[in-house]
Design a protein around this ligand. Structure first.
Ligand code: G4P
Length: 534
């Protein structure tokens, strides 16, 4: 059965994106402002008034409360200008995890927030790399223009040189810091100034000034700032990349916007343009290479994240799915392709800013969390019973921190192995073994160091097992892609370590990038990869 007109309409309204940034660039503040426009919350601060509301968003693990940070990601949905927007919240603190990367696999585009005084920072670079891998469109919001900013041209160069993506400024800031007057909208050809906003409201008034309106420019912008703007725009028109929607949608060109999330300058304008340029849900590819059309095909979805212990009263797990095609109807049974089981999804829900809403229907582009009776794994596909679609798995991302795990009480061997394998199956950690050792010598790899604490905490509280973690100095991991390689003949550097993952695939750990290169040089034909398709 193909989809109804209503379903097609609903799908076309969806815009599903993630916000990527380095901590403190303003991701939370920007999200908060977006939600204000959608009317999803009434007062800014509901996303994160540090002490309270951030917990409300994902008050799932005890450890989050103890540390006052969000370990998990959630999804926020709201309507604006006829679109139904899903924002995938990616944990943004220093200790982000593999889930942050996986969440990006569920997005159709990304908004990259950059602090105007700092330019591209480390975490932005990492997240960008993952987005670039799936060629999703990336929209840049350069934030904090109300503070002294780097030179605008330098900011654009920084993005191009650091990330290797062409930039196309959609608007241009007029001054920064105390002298921030507003922006010039290049497409409309007018200046937009903003009145002071009251903290926490969207009421700040925008004024549009035509370039011919001398009097208004004098009053609102000032001649000096206007002359500087004119010079910069001339330069930009001559040298900058031209706007090209195809390139934007192919992830080759990032449209750049300037503003201040805190003061609500340029946020609505950004959202307005972004919704026009961002694509409705894009089709995902099945493992046999077929692109599944979101509008044509019946319901299908893939699991991108599994969250344990959402409810302290039960040991429950929630599997997060991205719907890839059609419409989900709670009254109908679906098939879990990997097990062949036909079933009704249990308690499908959508996570709003501070509540969970049980869903009766959802559409391609939407994210839903369903109760997992222990059958789902990351990357699994769910579709209608009559269909068989298997989506390409989610890649295994390279961990960046490693530790050897030792048990305090070796009598609890069984619980330890069970616990650590289950946690690894959920994808919170990756476990590795050295050659010639059994499961008593486990090396754990994580994307963010916080996951070590999560592991320790969960083994203790759920499996009653205490562990000691001995940090290892490795920072680079590469899977060996050559088939039938004899690992004993591989010659590396003295500080290289040969290990295997849980699927017995060989890999190498290195302390620095130099060793990676050296090992490549010493072994002709060696193929190493940073991501591994499961
Ligand atoms: P994040 O989620 O990317 O980590 O950043 P977040 O929004 O939490 O913002 C980090 C800090 O930067 C916050 O200040 C926030 O108020 C400030 N900020 C965000 N956008 C802007 C902006 O456009 N201009 C200016 N000047 N500041 C901005 P804080 O003092 O760390 O936190 P809070 O006490 O204000 O919550």
């Amino acid at each position: 059965m193909s989809n109804t007109k209503e379903t097609i309409n609903e799908i076309n309204k969806r815009r599903t994106f993630a916000i990527i940034s380095h901590p403190d660039a303003g991701k939370t503040t920007l999200t908060e402002k977006f939600l204000l426009y959608g009317g999803a919350i009434n007062m800014a601060g509901s996303v994160k008034g540090k002490a309270t509301a951030r917990h409300a968003v994902s008050d799932w693990m005890e450890i989050e409360k103890q540390r006052g940070i969000s370990v998990t990601s959630s999804v926020l949905q709201f309507n604006f200008e006829g679109c139904c927007i899903n924002i995938l919240d990616t944990p943004g603190h220093q200790d982000f995890s593999e889930d942050t990367y996986r969440t990006l696999m569920a997005a159709d585009s990304a908004v990259m927030v950059i602090d105007a005084s700092k330019g591209v920072e480390a975490q932005t670079r990492k997240l960008f790399k993952v987005c670039a891998m799936s060629h999703i469109p990336i929209f840049t919001f350069i934030n904090k223009l109300d503070r002294d900013a780097m030179d605008t041209f330098d900011l654009l160069d920084d993005i191009e040189n650091n990330l290797g993506i062409a930039t196309c400024p959609m608007n241009w800031p007029i001054g920064s810091g105390k002298n921030f007057k507003g922006i010039y909208d290049r497409r409309e050809g007018h200046i937009v100034t903003f009145s002071e906003t009251q903290k926490g409201t969207k009421e700040g008034k925008e004024t549009f000034i035509s370039l011919d309106d001398k009097a208004a420019i004098d009053a609102e912008v000032g001649q000096e700032a206007f002359d500087k703007l004119t010079g910069e725009i001339e330069l930009l028109d001559g040298a900058g990349a031209e706007y090209d929607l195809d390139k934007v949608r192919a992830g080759q060109l990032t449209p750049v916007f300037f503003g201040s999330a805190l003061q609500n300058f340029g946020v609505e304008l950004f959202l307005h343009h972004f919704l026009k340029m961002a694509t409705p849900p894009t089709g995902r590819t099945s493992s046999d290479g077929e692109k599944i059309d979101p509008l044509e095909r019946d319901f299908s979805a893939f699991v991108f994240k599994i969250q344990a212990n959402m409810n302290k009263a039960h040991r429950d797990r929630i599997a997060f799915m991205r719907i890839c095609s059609g419409r989900y109807d709670a009254d109908k049974e679906v098939k879990h392709v990997q097990s062949g089981k036909v079933m009704r999804l249990s308690q499908p829900q959508q996570l709003m800013a501070d509540e969970r809403k049980i869903l009766s229907e959802a559409y391609a582009g939407d994210i839903m969390g369903v109760f997992d009776p222990g059958i789902f794994s990351i990357g699994d596909t769910v579709c209608m019973p009559k269909d068989t679609i298997t989506y390409e798995g989610i890649p295994t991302f390279a961990p960046e921190h490693f530790a050897r795990v030792r048990q305090v009480d070796t009598m609890k061997r069984k619980q330890f192995v069970k616990g650590i394998t289950q946690i690894a199956q959920e994808g919170a950690i990756q476990i590795f073994q050295e050659y010639n050792t059994g499961l008593e010598e486990i090396i754990v790899g994580v994307v963010g160091v916080l996951q070590f604490d999560v592991l320790k905490f969960r083994l203790q509280s759920e499996y009653n097992v205490d562990i000691i973690l001995e940090n290892l100095p490795y920072e680079y991991i590469r899977w060996v892609d050559n088939e039938d390689i004899d690992m004993s003949t591989l010659v590396g550097t003295s500080d290289m370590k040969k290990i295997k993952d849980m699927h017995d695939r060989p890999l190498l750990l290195f302390i620095n990038e130099w060793s990676v290169g050296m090992t490549m040089d010493r072994n002709k034909g060696l193929v190493l990869s940073e991501f591994k398709k499961n």
